[in-house]
Design a protein around this ligand. Structure first.
Ligand SMILES: NC(=O)c1ccc[n+]([C@@H]2O[C@H](COP(=O)([O-])OP(=O)(O)OC[C@H]3O[C@@H](n4cnc5c(N)ncnc54)[C@H](OP(=O)(O)O)[C@@H]3O)[C@@H](O)[C@H]2O)c1
Length: 288
């Protein structure tokens, strides 16, 4: 059984490959699909097959996917260009008669107001139309998305945002990677989707309290309007469009769009998900 992983030199991809090896998949049965093979030298040293495949170049993908049985398509990271990029991968998977296509989507992609959801909804639709048996891993937020905010909070004495009292059921990137490895290494996941989120849900106020607890320094959460938050982000040097997009995520969080309490991630990996307190601890260690 040959298993391909796209985005294999990315942060999630590397963790998925490590988790697959831990689940005793033979390195020779894992194919890392990367746009820059030089970045994958360490994976090659572990015996993993490296193939070049660029989401923007369909001909490279057709070759890269040859002979694979199953494929993890890790969603691309260029927002706005991803549907076409994903289409190229799905078409190559179809041509190569891949029998199981696993895709990293977004939590509650079908109903989510997070502005990233549309590309995921459309990609899920393309995969369904392809007729390839699929699994949708609808990933919630990574804890790691907050590392920089935690570091800044310690320096500035406050966290800022417009997420209100919205609960965020995030989990560590490694938790999501392990879930992907479980789906690839075990049977019975075809034509299913999993809403993957952390066991613990927290608000920005809870996060401020956790940073306070771990540092002994008073950190408050300043909640503002979506426009005020976008202006704050733009003022700190982010392009206006990106600032607006990030503020939009927070606004959706305020309405519960990153909350889930079905515990499907913990069930899939067979252990509780990583607490946000662990990520706070790591972030604080990085500035000691
Ligand atoms: N759930 C969340 O909170 C969250 C947060 C951030 C992102 N995401 C999504 O989850 C995905 C994985 O997360 P991550 O943290 O691993 O992101 P990442 O570190 O940015 O990894 C993205 C991977 O995609 C590869 N890639 C980008 N453009 C490509 C192209 N044209 N052809 C082939 N490969 C290409 C990158 O290749 P290189 O190694 O060569 O750069 C990298 O390996 C992201 O791409 C994004 O869709 C989710």
């Amino acid at each position: 059984m040959k298993t391909g992983v796209t985005g294999a030199t990315g942060q999630l991809g590397r963790l998925v490959i490590a988790a697959l090896l831990q689940k005793n998949l033979a390195p020779s049965d894992i194919v890392a699909i990367v746009r820059n093979p030089e970045k994958a030298a360490d994976l090659a040293k572990q015996g993993i097959t490296i193939r070049q495949g660029d989401y923007n170049k369909p001909e490279t993908l057709e070759k890269a996917l040859a002979g694979l049985d199953q494929l993890l398509l890790i969603s691309a990271n260029e927002v706005g260009k991803r549907l076409l990029q994903h289409r190229h991968v799905i078409e190559a998977a179809k041509k190569n008669q891949i029998t199981h296509l696993v895709y990293t989507s977004l939590l509650h992609a079908d109903t989510s107001a997070i502005n990233l959801a549309e590309e995921h909804r459309q990609t899920e639709a393309l995969i369904r139309e392809s007729g390839i048996p699929f699994t949708f891993l609808r990933n919630g937020w990574y804890h790691e998305n907050y590392v920089q905010a935690i570091v800044n909070a310690v320096l500035q004495g406050m966290l800022a945002g417009c997420a209100g009292n919205g609960k965020i059921a995030s989990a560590a990137r490694a938790d999501y990677a392990e879930a992907a490895a479980v789906v690839l290494a075990t049977s019975g996941h075809e034509n299913k989707m999993y809403e993957l989120a952390g066991d613990e849900a927290w608000t920005m106020d809870d996060l401020a309290k956790e940073i306070t607890r771990q540092t002994g320094k008073q950190i408050v959460y300043l909640n503002m309007s979506e426009q005020e938050y976008a202006s704050l982000l733009a003022g700190s040097g982010l392009p206006a469009e990106i600032a607006q997009m990030i503020a939009g995520w927070d606004a959706a969080i305020a309405h519960g769009h990153l909350f889930d309490d079905s515990h499907q991630l913990g069930k899939l990996i067979g252990r509780p998900t990583t607490p946000i307190a662990d990520t706070v601890k790591k972030a604080l260690e990085s500035i000691k």
